[in-house]
Design a protein around this ligand. Structure first.
Ligand code: MGD
Ligand code: MGD
Ligand code: MO
Length: 785
């Protein structure tokens, strides 16, 4: 095979563009050696998962404590919420619902390795910039606050008090509060979230960009307009009662592995499970249910799919509309094909939608979806046969120009057959980070509703700004132009997660102060403002002891269930503070006149929850209800067919059919995660379910597109993206892999390929970066002279 040598990031190329003629270096361990790809048809989860877990436990030096902690995860009484994905916990409370990636995630946080002041004294930031991203995180947990010293080009220790004072004086020194922005990565607890937005609004801005701006902004806006709620209406019981589960645009076996349990259960009770994805992903085949250890020993796998549909990238709206067209055609002869009573009593704009669908030609729907009329009709037949249907989706659908319209088309299709607001049916977005949904619920929103601000002001005695703030993309633009001078990040790895790595690095380096509240060392600590702070915090697995005793925090899952999470481990360092304490410290240093009881809130988080109960809809009696064994579900009017929309009804949306085909000679690139990564944290260079070993700088391509370009398996290629403003961006030295993906479409990995996502290319509907729809050309790399 083709050996590559292990190498650090090429000197001067921390951005990762690579160089003409040379193999590119990815952001994983990049250990070097042979790489390969072969089709892996083993069931999802199972022994491959067990081996992979064992390897991560070994890396984190956690062979014994890891499994012990995992037994406390997602436990109905006590224990901590898995800090991984936002899939809900099993409701019967009888078994632990754990998965490979959750275990890896927890172990990665619990590592015994530490990054202390000696580490920072031994390495300049310039030197660390040449390390791979894997190497940075692999150093272990951050242990004390550090401040960047430009003279020695090193991070040096700083006391918590001095660090807070630095943040406070930088913020107070700004000409306007809008010259600061405050990012949230979606794992901040509800309580910390509430304190965060309270501080920021009391300070005077709504500049609250978050990771949601990159993942489900489109879903929120579409569902709000259509149903009067920013969230899905389903809970796990609905999943368990559906006759049809339509699973769109998600790599569930890797990114929401506990969904496999629901899919296997559905298969066993005879439900239809249709996967819609340009790539046939592992979850669409078979699984060994994550918690069924006995099944693992006997290799007993259950099917998790009954049909696969492979649309072209961006073709989902056309596909869904084709299904709607077939349903409406059937309604001409079959009175039961659509739910006329529901449509009459609960919806608006049906006639406009019907007219639009009927006027759309099958040939256009087939061309734009990339799916044959026969297959679209086959899917429609399954939809018509189902009494109850759940449609779920994730990023393949949202990180698109027409993401909002596509989610609205999901709702259109559901409304046709009354599949909203009843058992076993409804829209069900699969959220990402473990508390990204809770962040929005608890106030992280750059476009907050006036009613929310009114309540916040009344209860908390502050005067919130009313003008909308900056989202993720707008924040990057503002940092680049000098409009935002102070940037605070609660978690995450902004420098790599954001689009257009060049633009984002330039933006971060153009600020006066960057503040990173983190658990582990990452690239965003090295790409910093003129002054920079690293503030290390407790992880969710760790005991949080305040003056009022041991504290728990709450989180909200993908299905609006709120429950308490209690860390149980001793923190890796006695200098760590909780996120609530860090936020209160920064707030007090910023707001000298504040009458908010910051200190008292931190002593006992029940007091934060009492205030939240008074401010947030659905959080009445918060402290009592959150302590019930499985927590509580936030009230959801749309679930009861109460639609808080402009018309007071569920609204059909007649949106135009978009053109998603690439120009001649070009391809559409979708950037995705591998199995062995958590966003910017990359555990290995393997992608087990796609059969890849030891390679991340790759592109999955249809064989016909390879032939057209004279490319053979593993050939070195260069990829150039074409932005709307005419600018181009290139990465060199990737490898092409023949894959079962529609012609004209290619897939490769984030965050490496964020280099290609132009900062100006975001959706006009959701402002989300077009991370799943980049126009690119692919050429064989020129030989080195
Ligand atoms: N282990 C693990 N779990 C995670 C994460 C992680 O990194 N690692 N990240 C978490 C986060 S923050 C999020 S938001 C979620 C993300 O979960 P996913 O949305 O599954 O994330 P991606 O890997 O980006 O995968 C997108 C999927 O959409 C498909 N796709 C791409 N383009 C299209 C399209 O046009 N149409 C359709 N129908 N499908 C398309 C891809 O083939 C892929 O299967 O996962 C969460 N869970
Ligand atoms: N091209 C492309 N880009 C994408 C995407 C895509 O599909 N394609 N997906 C987008 C999406 S959906 C998302 S959500 C973003 C991900 O964006 P982020 O959420 O910003 O990134 P993560 O990689 O999850 O952040 C990892 C870091 O979080 C810190 N951390 C871990 N645990 C904790 C904790 O408990 N508290 C605190 N304070 N810090 C902690 C650690 O220091 C770790 O290094 O990426 C986006 N970027
Ligand atoms: Mo996400």
């Amino acid at each position: 095979m083709n050996p590559i040598t292990a190498q650090p990031i090429s000197p001067g190329d921390e951005l990762g563009h690579g160089a003409p003629g040379a193999p590119a270096v990815g952001r994983g361990p990049n250990r070097g050696g042979e790489f390969s790809q072969e089709d892996d048809r083993a069931p999802a989860a199972g022994w491959g998962a067990a081996r992979s877990v064992a390897r991560v436990l070994g890396m984190a030096r956690e062979p014994l404590r890891g499994p012990h902690a995992i037994l406390k995860m997602n436990h109905e009484n006590g224990g901590f919420d898995c800090p991984g994905c936002a899939w809900p916990d099993a409701r019967d409370g009888l078994h632990l619902d754990i998965c490979e990636n959750g275990i890896k995630h927890v172990t990665w946080e619990m590592t015994r390795k530490k990054v202390d002041r000696d580490f920072f004294a031994a390495h300049t930031v310039t030197e660390l910039s040449g390390w791979t991203d894997f190497a940075l995180e692999d150093q272990g947990r951050l242990t004390e606050p550090m401040s960047y010293d430009p003279v020695s080009d090193r991070y040096v220790p700083i006391s918590w008090g001095d660090a807070f004072a630095m943040v406070g004086s930088a913020l107070r020194g700004l000409d306007s509060p809008h010259e600061a922005a405050f990012y949230t990565s979606g794992r901040l607890s509800n309580e910390a979230t509430f304190l965060y937005q309270l501080w920021v609004r009391e300070f005077g801005t709504n500049n609250l960009p978050d990771c949601s701006n990159m993942c489900h902004e489109a879903s929120g806006r579409a569902l709000q307009a259509a149903l009067g709620t920013g969230k899905g209406t389903c809970d796990i019981d609905d999943w368990n009662q559906a006759d049809l589960l339509l699973v769109m645009a998600v790599n569930a076996a890797s990114n929401a592995p506990r969904m496999l349990t629901a899919l296997a259960d559905a298969y066993r009770r005879g439900a239809q499970i249709v996967h819609v994805n340009p790539m046939v992903e592992a979850a669409s085949r078979r699984t060994i249910v994550p918690h069924e250890i006995a099944a693992m020993a006997t290799f007993h796998a259950t099917r998790t799919g009954t049909m696969n549909v492979q649309p072209r990238i961006g073709g989902d709206l056309a596909l869904l509309r084709g299904v709607a067209k077939a349903v409406l055609e059937r309604a001409a002869t079959d009175a039961k094909a659509i739910d006329r009573e529901f449509i009459r009593n609960h919806t608006a704009h049906f006639e406009a939608y019907r007219a639009l669908v009927e006027a759309t030609e099958w040939s256009d729907l087939v061309r734009q979806s990339g799916v044959s009329e026969k297959d679209i009709r086959g899917l429609a037949a399954k939809y018509l046969a189902a009494n109850r249907a759940v449609i779920s989706w994730c990023l393949g659908l949202t990180q698109q120009e027409h993401g909002v319209d596509t989610v609205r088309e999901i709702v259109n299709l559901l409304l046709l057959r009354g599949n909203v607001g009843r058992e076993g049916a409804g829209p069900s977005p699969v959220r990402g980070h473990s508390n990204v949904q809770g962040n929005r619920t608890c106030g992280i929103d750059h476009r907050p509703a006036a009613t929310f601000l009114d309540r916040l002001d009344e209860v908390c005695g502050i005067t919130s700004p009313r003008e909308h703030g900056l989202d993720t993309v707008a924040t990057i633009e503002a940092m680049r132009s000098g409009g935002v001078k102070v940037f605070v990040c609660m978690g995450g790895n902004f420098s790599l997660a954001a689009p257009d790595t060049d633009a984002t690095f330039e933006a971060l380096r153009n600020t006066e102060l960057t503040v990173q509240v983190s658990t582990k060392l990452n690239r965003s600590h090295l790409v910093h403002g003129r002054a920079a702070l690293i503030l290390p915090c407790l992880g969710r697995t760790e005991k949080d002891v305040q003056r009022g005793g041991e504290q728990g925090v709450s989180v909200e899952d993908s299905m609006s269930m709120v429950h308490l999470s209690h860390g149980m481990r001793r923190p890796p360092s006695s200098h760590l503070l909780s996120e609530c304490a860090i936020l209160a410290g920064m707030a007090r240093a910023t707001l000298s006149e504040s009458s908010t009881p910051w200190e008292s809130y931190v002593e006992d988080y029940d007091r934060i929850r009492d205030t939240m109960a008074a401010v947030l809809d659905g959080f009445e009696d918060f402290n009592r209800r959150v302590r019930m064994p499985l927590g509580f579900r936030i009230r959801q009017p749309a679930r009861e067919r109460v639609f808080l929309t402009a018309s007071g009804r569920a609204e059909f949306a007649p949106s135009p059919l978009p053109d998603v085909l690439p120009p001649p000679g070009r391809l559409v690139l979708s950037t995705v995660r591998s199995h062995d990564q958590w966003n910017t944290t990359i555990y290995s260079d393997d992608d087990r379910y796609r059969g890849v070993k030891n390679l991340r700088t790759l592109l999955f391509m249809n064989r016909a597109d390879m032939t057209e370009r004279g490319l053979a398996e593993f050939d070195l290629i260069d990829i150039t993206s074409f932005a709307r403003d005419g600018s181009t961006r290139t990465v060199w030295g990737y490898r092409v892999i023949a894959y079962d993906i529609p012609a004209g479409n290619v897939c490769g990995y984030m965050p490496e390929l964020n280099l290609l996502c132009a900062i100006g290319d975001f959706s006009s509907q959701s402002d989300q970066p077009l991370m799943k729809h980049q126009i690119v050309s692919v050429d064989k790399s020129a030989e080195l002279p």
